[in-house]
Ligand binder design. Structure first.
Ligand code: ADP
Ligand code: UDP
Length: 236
C-alpha cells in the first residue's frame, strides 16, 4: 500500500490517503512537540521508535481484546490503519499524580492514587485542550453516551493490561492519553501509544523515561525511549 494525498499534518505525525478509501497511512515523523506545539524539536530515529513502540503496544492490546485501528506495519516509520471518524477528545487515565492535575488540584507530583482517575480533554491546541465532561460531549454532539461508556471502559481495561506490562519491566505507568474513533459504527482505539503520550518512571530510581525529559529539558530523550522499548521487548 502506498501513500497518496497528504490529508493532515499534525504535530508529530502526517496522515496520508491510500488507494483504499477505508485505510490511511500514518507516517511517524522525527518531530517532538510540547506545550501545544510551542516547543518543537527533531530527534533522530524518533519516528521509527514511536511507530514500532505503538505497533507493539497495539498488538498487545488486541491480544487482550481491545479493538484497534491497526492493519499492519508498512515500514520503520509508516503504519497502515483503518480510517476512523475520530471522537475529538483525549482520554487520560492516571495512576499517579503528575502534569496538569498538579496544576488544577492541590496535589504534588508522585502521589499514588487510590484508584485510577479518568478524564476527558477536548482536542483543541488553541484553547490548550480544556477539560470537558460527559455532558459537554453529549450536548455538543462529539459522542454519544454509549461512546463515553465504551471509551471509559476500554481506557481502564488498557490501563490494567499496560500497568502490568510496564510493571513487569520495572516501570511505573504514571498516566497516559488515548484517542478513539468510529469505524462502521464500532469504537476503535486510534492514534498512538508511545512515550510521547504517557509517563513512565523507573520503579527503583523514579527516573523519568518519557516525554517529560523533553518538556523539562532533562536530556537523554531518545535514550529513554529506547530503554523503555528495550525493557518491554519492542524489536527496534
Ligand atoms: P495532533 O493532531 O495532536 O498534532 P498528530 O501529529 O499525532 O497529532 O497527528 C495525528 C492525527 O491523526 C491526529 O489528529 C489524530 O486524531 C488523527 N488520527 C489518528 N489515528 C487516526 C485514524 N486511525 N483515523 C483517522 N485519524 C486518525
Ligand atoms: N498527553 C498527550 N497529549 C496531550 C495532553 C496530554 O499525550 O495533548 C499525555 C501526557 O503525555 C501525559 C498524559 O496525557 O502522559 C496526561 O497529561 P496531562 O493532563 O498531565 O498534561 P501535560 O501537563 O502533560 O500537558
Amino acid at each position: 500500500m502506498e501513500k497518496k494525498a497528504e490529508l493532515y499534518r499534525g504535530k508529530a505525525k502526517t496522515v496520508y490517503a491510500t488507494d483504499d478509501p477505508e485505510k490511511l497511512i500514518i507516517f511517524f515523523r522525527n518531530d517532538t512537540s510540547a506545550f501545544d506545539g510551542l516547543k518543537i524539536q527533531q530527534f533522530n530515529n524518533k519516528g521509527m521508535i514511536n511507530n514500532k513502540f505503538n505497533y507493539f503496544i497495539m498488538k498487545k492490546l488486541e491480544a487482550a481484546g481491545v479493538p484497534t485501528q491497526v492493519e499492519g506495519l508498512l515500514s520503520d516509520t509508516e503504519l497502515l490503519v483503518k480510517k476512523l471518524e475520530m471522537v475529538p477528545v483525549e482520554c487520560v487515565v492516571r495512576n499517579y499524580t503528575a502534569g496538569s492535575i498538579c496544576k488544577r488540584l492541590p496535589v504534588k507530583e508522585g502521589q499514588k492514587l487510590e484508584t485510577p482517575t479518568f478524564e476527558f480533554f477536548l482536542k483543541d491546541d488553541a484553547l490548550h485542550d480544556p477539560m470537558v465532561n460527559d455532558s459537554h460531549i453529549i450536548s455538543f454532539g462529539w459522542g454519544t453516551q454509549e461512546d463515553i461508556d465504551q471509551m471509559k471502559a476500554l481506557s481502564l481495561k488498557i490501563n490494567d493490561v499496560l500497568k502490568k506490562l510496564f510493571d513487569d519491566a520495572g516501570l511505573i505507568l504514571v498516566d497516559f492519553k488515548l484517542e478513539f474513533g468510529k469505524f462502521h459504527g464500532q469504537l476503535l482505539l486510534g492514534d498512538e501509544f508511545s512515550p510521547d503520550g504517557c509517563r513512565l518512571w523507573d520503579k527503583k530510581t523514579m527516573k523519568k523515561l518519557d516525554k517529560d525529559r523533553f518538556r523539562q529539558n532533562l536530556g537523554g530523550v531518545m535514550e529513554a525511549y529506547e530503554e523503555v522499548a528495550h525493557r518491554i521487548g519492542v524489536p527496534l
